[in-house]
Design a protein around this ligand. Sequence first.
Ligand SMILES: *Cc1c(COP(=O)(O)O)cnc(C)c1O
Length: 377
Amino acid sequence: MKVSLLDLKRQYQGIREEVLKEIEKVCDNQSFILGENVANLEKEIAQYCHTKYAIGVASGTDAILLALMAIGVGPGDKVITTPYTFFATAGSIARLNAIPVFVDIEPETYNMDVDKLEACLKKETRSKKSKIKAIIPVHLFGQCADMEPIIQLAKKYRLTVIEDAAQTIGAEYKGRRAGSIGDFGCFSFYPSKNLGGFGDGGMVVTNNERLAEKVRILRVHGSKPKYYHKMVGINSRLDEIQAAVLRIKLRHLENWTNGRIEKARIYNRLFDEAGLQEIMTLPTASADRHVFNQYVIRVKKRDQLREYLAKEGIGTEIYYPVPLHMQKCFRYLRYKRGDFPVSEKAARETLALPIYPELTIEEQQYVVNKIGDFYKL
Ligand SMILES: *Cc1c(COP(=O)(O)O)cnc(C)c1O
């Protein structure tokens, strides 16, 4: 049997007609950038995420970059995030010549460890001239970071909170939707995300009118009105074809998300029935609603397991093999091995298994059986 890590063709089968019809309309209109579909998608995403404003941009990376630009983060400023995330989180900080300051993660959720955040803030703010401007908690794999204490600390130290919610659209934390809790929420519509376009795309959400307006201007080179520039922005517009596709997919998102949650439950049950709970750590869902963009287990002999599963036709992935403080491009930050032991351990032990709403029970059973076979060898 072959079980790929992600099979978007199955999802496409169910929406093909609708999608092609809408794409054809965009082609007939020949209006491709920031048109009617983008405006409507912004309204629908704001409503879905329980925020007042949503601004469509070119990618999840740009969403983070634009949020940082909107609060004026620049050379020498510091922004706190975790080293166990996709590169874009810290990359966006570095692109503004600001300094990523890393705080380690919790071993169970892979999200920012709040005690370590507090310790970091104490240390960084010892001098009166603290350069810390913002915190970017990452909602990794589909569940929210522990936002309540993060918001409290941000208030105490007067910092902006930018949620990296790229993997977490529709997740909930104490009754609130991901992206609506901090000052900004940043989403990605990269095809493998829970709401994925037919290319790149992203969205910034916020409840702050002034910040929303600033992001709106910054995404079109800082111009308002057109050709009059009060600030230097970037070109980061969402296009109509993406927005048309995303609007159709958004209508299915709740169903698909519930499907993912159900598949995660089934994995948990099958691993339990196979008696495999003892040799692996299953994902913990501590937040109200984990949307399982990834189903990530923690195992011994991870690399050998991955190779074995590949031979048996099962696709897996390692998110992420190198924590960001160990990346070559961040050598100048002068972090060393051992600085973030929880992230480093996770990088050695985690493995993402296939999860998507269309995955069948037979396929899940096959994955679980093969993992069992490997550890019996
Ligand atoms: C996907 C992702 C991003 C970046 O989104 P793009 O749309 O690929 O630019 C940022 N942060 C995290 C945690 C992501 O998973």
